[in-house]
Design a protein around this ligand. Structure first.
Ligand SMILES: [Fe+2]
Length: 389
């Protein structure tokens, strides 16, 4: 693992955070401050059906509505939306929705600014050289943290995988409007999956090879908030206090990324998510416990801190016992909020060798706390087909 004390690192947060119940009312002011005169609203039919588009439209002048985002957005969708943006002479973006809508909005910004196809900007290919047009990101789920992450995840159907775009502050939203009132109507299953995704971001970034003190601080607080509030948000979706804390947990989890990526759980969920179309949060949550159990020997102190953040009383335990108790709590939370198994998510055990191979090829494998090879991924996947850890 890199030694923290002799490495020069940087932290850039290019996003202004406006948060709290009712924050959406400041949308017009935020757009004006960014010089947006013709925004493109990027959202999806589910968000529109939930009445949330109607909540933001009164705050937008001259808006072009693009409401065709699908879960796990793909290359065709982004390129088509970018054409709509250009043809209408838009000069800014408002993303409204979960990670799919926000990642699509960021990706439209990349293509609108640089030309070509979003496929050209897969991490490691053509670099992103210019700041995307002004973007206001309004999350309607508490999970992806996409309103502050420096990444977008796009599906490539031909290669049956998801690839990352970004890793630079140039792709970050200019403003994140985080309004927990927009999350009050989320169904329990979506609340659970997205909340566990936030936990996964925080745990993976806190334990990965690239961790650094500033990201550690936000990651630990995100873990604490999820541990304390997720069950309540799932049980009673109208609980504004729980929704507010979970909204913060998601944003903090997103900030934990910085310009780096996550670890094995995301290597698995992003690669498997290209095989069967299923909710990213649920898939990540289902593999998180087994990944943590596998990782403990490589970073016991870090997992012991995670246990404490999750509210486990660790006094009297040695470091490894505390770390294992933290992993048990991750498993318990996963089951308490009723995350489906891999099978329930549409996978079969016959697919494990293939899934393990593609997870190993995902770049996020490299940052994982413990070195992980194909047989290890197979073992972790087998554990994700059952409920208890
Ligand atoms: Fe995620």
């Amino acid at each position: 693992m890199p030694v923290e004390v002799d490495t020069v690192r940087a932290v850039t947060v290019p996003t202004r955070l406006v948060h709290g119940p009712g924050a959406v009312a400041s949308l017009a002011d935020e757009c004006r401050a960014l010089g947006i005169t013709k925004p493109m609203l990027v959202t999806d039919p589910g968000v529109a059906a939930a009445g949330l588009v109607d909540r933001v439209l009164p705050h937008l002048n001259g808006v072009v509505v693009f409401d065709e985002v699908r879960p796990n957005p793909d290359i065709e969708l982004v390129d088509r939306a970018a054409r709509v943006y250009r043809e209408n002479g838009c000069d800014g973006l408002v993303g409204l929705g979960g990670g799919s809508s926000l990642d699509t909005a960021k990706s439209i910004g990349v293509v609108a600014r640089h030309g070509g196809s979003i496929a050209d900007y897969e991490w490691g290919r053509d670099p992103i050289e210019e700041r995307i047009p002004p973007l206001v990101a309004i999350p309607t789920t508490a999970g992806t943290g996409s309103e502050v992450t420096l990444w977008a995840v796009i599906t490539d159907h031909e290669r049956q995988l998801k690839f990352n775009v970004g890793g630079t502050p140039l792709i970050g939203a200019h403003v994140a409007l985080i309004d927990p009132e927009l999350m009050l109507g989320l169904p329990p299953a979506v609340t659970a999956a997205t909340g566990m995704d936030a936990l996964s971001h925080a745990i993976e970034c806190f334990t990965c090879d690239y961790h650094q003190p500033f990201n550690d601080a936000v990651a630990l607080h995100a873990i604490e908030l999820v541990g304390r509030w997720l069950r309540r948000a799932v049980e009673d979706g109208t609980d504004l206090e729980a929704r507010t804390h979970m909204a913060h947990a998601a944003t903090l989890g997103g900030m934990a990324y910085g310009t780096e990526s996550a670890g094995a759980a995301h290597a698995m969920s992003q690669s498997a998510g290209g095989v069967h179309d299923c909710p990213h949060g649920a898939l990540t949550a289902r593999v998180l416990g087994p990944v943590c159990a596998y990782n403990v020997p490589a970073a016991p102190e870090r997992y012991a801190r995670i246990a404490q953040a999750l509210g486990i009383e660790t006094s009297g335990m040695d470091v490894v016992e505390a770390a294992r108790a933290g992993v048990e709590e991750v498993y318990r939370l996963t089951d308490d909020v009723d995350i489906p198994t891999m099978e329930e998510l549409g996978f079969s055990e016959d697919e494990i060798p293939m899934l393990a191979r593609i997870a190993f090829e995902d770049p996020q494998t490299q940052g994982n706390a413990r070195e992980v090879d194909v047989p290890a991924y197979e073992e972790i996947y087998r554990a994700a087909f059952v409920r208890a850890g």
